[in-house]
Design a protein around this ligand. Structure first.
Ligand code: HEM
Length: 130
């Protein structure tokens, strides 16, 4: 069976997408609100998200073997609709900017991760709309 992990080109591609994603969050003011709730040092979360995505896409599952659920983990963070949209927008940009990625796979990943981010919303009051 060909997994998304294999079609992407494995760990180097997923690491590149993850690093681009956090570079965008770190540097583009469009994601300032999302940046503000992350730790000053993004290296831990770069590693965590990269390993999550590797397992999610069908590669080595070491992140999942920690026994954590990515949805439950996010209950600790104030996920407003605006923050979920910032996350999804930055991820869509990072995925689509990846050289050589199959367009159908890029689209499918973007959609699936957007659904996941929308499912993490735990605060209905959108602070940016207040
Ligand atoms: C599909 C959507 C998302 C996925 C797959 C995801 C995944 C992850 C992963 C794997 C980690 C690292 C946890 C670890 O390895 O211990 C993490 C951390 C984190 N995520 Fe998400 N996330 C998503 C959406 C969001 C959204 C919408 C927010 C907005 C509030 C958010 C905020 C955070 C924060 C604040 C951290 C901790 C960062 C730190 O301490 O520096 N995430 N996320």
């Amino acid at each position: 069976m060909t997994t998304p992990f294999a079609r992407l080109g494995g760990e180097p591609t997923i690491a590149a997408i993850t690093n681009h994603f956090y570079d965008l969050i770190d540097q583009d003011p469009a994601y300032a609100e999302l940046r503000a709730i992350h730790a000053a040092d993004l290296s831990v979360v770069r590693n965590g998200l990269s390993h999550f995505l590797i397992g999610w896409a069908g590669g080595p599952r070491d992140w999942f073997e920690r026994g954590q659920c990515v949805m439950s983990l996010h209950r600790a963070f104030p996920v407003t609709p605006a923050l979920a949209d910032q996350w999804s927008a930055a991820m869509a940009r990072a995925i689509h900017a990846q050289p050589g990625i199959e367009p159908e796979l890029a689209q499918a990943m973007t959609r699936a991760l957007d659904h996941m981010a929308q499912g993490m919303i735990n605060q209905t009051q959108d602070r940016t709309a207040a």
